[in-house]
Design a protein around this ligand. Structure first.
Ligand code: CTP
Ligand code: MG
Length: 232
């Protein structure tokens, strides 16, 4: 066990339209966040987990931790007003002995323990990586409603999490972002902006981010399929 894992879970789930953090919504009888945590806990690679949360959710998140009875430390860390700010808070609370960190969205509750294991192995050889899958659609760059470019699909990958980094590199990139006011939607983008190489680890087609009710229905279907495969 070598890796520290940060889980941004401090959003509100606006696009889900629920009256509370979407990560507390039930998925096959368990809160979404519990699925994410159980996969991370089942990965031998992960030694320590920090969950960034809004104080209003602390009680419910703590109840999930108590349910799981985790065999490794799980800490609650105060989140920020954006995902980037939440991750920054998480990075600042990593224990001093942490050399490598994985960051994985609480909302990607279908990531498997195998994906976490593969990410840990990759991280031992890389300064930064993201899990990603090749894009299946043809992607258009559009201005207004007019297409201005059709990039070559061979070069397009859809970014997922986990993303992983040498801890000092990603901390410094976040500090630079704060100083210069950069706003990005994933952590790899910060490493890219400071000119460091970030590589790809093959992600999983099923590693979707639960954003809307449709995603929740798809996630339920995928988990049921996995259950059927286990029972067979
Ligand atoms: N997140 C976070 N802190 C924030 C905002 C988001 O830690 N201030 C987390 C979310 O909890 C989620 C992950 O970042 O696990 C990815 O964000 P997203 O899927 O956009 O979740 P929400 O921001 O909660 O959803 P929405 O954008 O629909 O409001
Ligand atoms: Mg969001």
């Amino acid at each position: 066990m070598s890796c520290h894992l940060l889980i941004p879970a401090a959003g509100s789930g606006k696009r889900m339209g629920a009256d509370r953090n979407k990560l507390l919504l039930p998925l096959l009888g368990k809160p979404i966040l519990q699925w994410t945590l159980e996969a991370a806990i089942a990965s031998e690679a992960i030694a320590w987990i920090g969950v960034m949360a809004q104080p209003a959710d602390y009680k419910d998140f703590q109840a999930i931790f108590n349910n799981i009875e985790p065999p490794k430390p799980i800490r609650l860390i105060q989140g920020g007003t954006t995902r980037q700010a939440s991750v920054f808070n998480g990075l600042l609370t990593l224990p001093p002995d942490c050399s490598h960190v994985l960051i994985h969205d609480g909302a990607r509750c279908l990531a498997t323990p195998d994906l976490f294991d593969r990410c840990d192995v990759a991280l031992q050889k890389m300064q930064g990586f993201i899990a990603a899958v090749p894009v299946k659609d043809t992607i258009k760059v559009v201005d207004g409603l007019t297409i201005i470019d059709t990039p070559n699909r061979d070069q397009l990958w859809a970014a997922q999490t986990p993303q992983g980094f040498q801890a000092d590199l990603i901390k410094n990139a976040h500090l630079t972002a704060q100083e210069l006011g950069w706003e990005v939607t994933d952590d790899a983008a910060l490493l890219e902006k400071v000119g460091l190489a970030v590589q790809i680890v093959m992600g999983e087609e099923t590693n979707l981010k639960v954003t809307t009710h449709q995603d929740l229905a798809i996630a339920e279907f995928i988990l049921k399929q996995r259950q059927i495969q286990i029972d067979e």
